[in-house]
Write a protein that binds this ligand. Sequence first.
Ligand SMILES: NC(=O)c1ccc[n+]([C@@H]2O[C@H](COP(=O)([O-])OP(=O)(O)OC[C@H]3O[C@@H](n4cnc5c(N)ncnc54)[C@H](OP(=O)(O)O)[C@@H]3O)[C@@H](O)[C@H]2O)c1
Length: 260
Amino acid sequence: MKIGFWGAGEMAEGILSAIPSKKSVIMAETREERAAELKKKYGVSTTPSVAEVAKKADLIFLAVRPAQVADVAEAVKGSIKEGATIVSIAAGKSLAVLRRAFGPKVALIRVMPNLALKANAGMCAIAPARGVSKDVLAAVEKILSGAGRTVILPEKCFDAVTALSGSGPAYFAYMMKMMAEGGEALGLKKQVARLLAEQTMYGTAKFLRESEMDLDKFIQGVCTKGGTTAAGMEHLSKPPFGAAVQKTLAAAAKRSKELC
Ligand SMILES: NC(=O)c1ccc[n+]([C@@H]2O[C@H](COP(=O)([O-])OP(=O)(O)OC[C@H]3O[C@@H](n4cnc5c(N)ncnc54)[C@H](OP(=O)(O)O)[C@@H]3O)[C@@H](O)[C@H]2O)c1
């Protein structure tokens, strides 16, 4: 199966790195230096023409910025191979919008990835349009699971997905920043505080993933009565923090809905 990319930016590279056989890949990218960089690094074929990719590929990742999707659709009109599948990662572009842009014949899959894809630890929600074959869906899931975790969900969940895992890296990074700054305020050097915050966030996520422990149980377990964690949790668990997180996700989900 020939795999194509329209756009070879940051997210495309994250997906590309998870494809075992790079020889089967052709990428369309307008920025010459970027195309040369990926060609050198991964040995993929590159072209400035999205139409050339459309003519050759069976499975195409649409990985340009959302505002560029309409131009790509216009440029590939009449060139897409029969039976091809387009996998769109463009934020806020619904399956209905993609259907209008690319016509009735192509199979469509919408994916909401996140930035952690670049570290092979991404979270991708996958919504297939009606009519996508099980084999094609399995092939897409296999590729994306090479760059992290995947979940197949109906498209109606995508505003929530966008708010939680799509936008989530920024929120966790902010929390990490607050933790590091808190450490600095207590006298730690900047770099040390960042390391402590980063490794604690990473290690906690890893432990919870591996142990599958209930979150309340975990929190209770580490909050020994009269201890240091309990003293800290006294403040963190007060309503403002939880409410701020809820409002953050609600605002992101609302914006996602508006962009569709
Ligand atoms: N970054 C995230 O955290 C994240 C999370 C979820 C979803 N997404 C989605 O992922 C998609 C890609 O994001 P990104 O951050 O990887 O963007 P990016 O780094 O800007 O990559 C897009 C690339 O496509 C190129 N391009 C645009 N139009 C083209 C055309 N007609 N032919 C060939 N190449 C073309 C762009 O070149 P120019 O710069 O010259 O235009 C750019 O190099 C977006 O739709 C975004 O919504 C991103």
